[in-house]
Design a protein around this ligand. Structure first.
Ligand SMILES: Cc1cc2nc3c(=O)[nH]c(=O)nc-3n(C[C@H](O)[C@H](O)[C@H](O)COP(=O)(O)OP(=O)(O)OC[C@H]3O[C@@H](n4cnc5c(N)ncnc54)[C@H](O)[C@@H]3O)c2cc1C
Length: 220
């Protein structure tokens, strides 16, 4: 069992504090299930929030992109950054408009990022991102060439402080509203893969691999 994050001035959940979660296992599970994170940072006094792919190992989160990416360049200067991942689990439908809600699991993490320069570490981080998105893919595809690796920036963001916020369960209506003849409950929402669509230039007799046919994200 790893140490929980200690809630601080920045990370203590204020509204509905009972939904605040700080244990690493819960945070890691949310980060490992998400596919896209949003990275917040300030450049020249202007806040930016940029969506990007990622993967996590321990308290490190890896991002990649074009070597010319403004976000990656700015982050590499060591400025404070904030990463958010949100998983939507369902619409919570109450009897009153006011008490409608959403079941969700989200993480807000603060830290700083640094560029990975060592080519082997860089390739390994790219493998980790690839495996996070679709496990089994990396072993099958052509690995990045030296030129491709040079054109790609890879950053390691270290989580310094973080919190999760989790809502589960039914709507919480005002007592007098429970008698209203309005359907109430939870409409679960999930991300599910559809049928794979083969590329029009697929080499003949290339079968759909098992890791695509049985795809599920968040599997480690
Ligand atoms: C699901 C998803 C996954 C992505 N994964 C990656 C990834 O792994 N690596 C990567 O490098 N990029 C990724 N992107 C693209 C990323 O969001 C940026 O567009 C990209 O980093 C380009 O940065 P830039 O330096 O050109 O833009 P910047 O110079 O940072 O942006 C200039 C301006 O363009 C606009 N802009 C930039 N990106 C977006 C956007 N996504 N949506 C709307 N407006 C935008 C904003 O107004 C921004 O201020 C992803 C986008 C999405 C939606």
């Amino acid at each position: 069992m790893s140490e929980p994050f200690t809630p601080t001035e920045r990370t203590r959940v204020v509204r509905e504090p009972q939904r605040g979660v700080y244990d690493r296992e819960t945070l890691y599970r949310i980060l490992d299930e998400g596919l896209v994170c949003h990275v917040g940072f300030c450049a020249d006094g202007q806040p930016f929030v940029i969506p990007t792919l990622y993967a996590r190992i321990g308290d490190a989160v890896y991002f990649h992109g074009s070597a010319a990416s403004r976000m990656l360049r700015e982050l590499d200067s060591g400025i404070p950054a904030c990463v958010n991942v949100t998983l939507v689990d369902g619409l919570v439908l109450a009897r009153s408009a006011f008490h409608h809600s959403m079941n969700y699991r989200s993480v807000v993490a603060f830290g700083t990022a640094r560029k990975i320069n060592d080519p082997d570490q860089k390739t390994e981080a790219l493998r980790v991102i690839s495996e996070h998105l679709i496990r089994g893919r990396w072993d099958e595809v052509r690995v990045p060439s030296e030129k491709e690796l040079k054109a790609t920036a890879v950053l390691e963001f270290t989580i310094e402080e973080a919190s999760a916020k989790v809502r589960t369960g039914p709507p919480l209506d005002d007592e007098e509203d429970y008698a209203l003849p309005v359907w109430a409950g939870v409409l679960p929402l999930t991300t599910t893969p559809g049928q794979p669509i083969p590329d029009s230039r697929l080499a003949e007799k290339t079968a759909v691999p098992a890791y695509i046919r049985h795809y599920r994200n968040g599997i480690k």
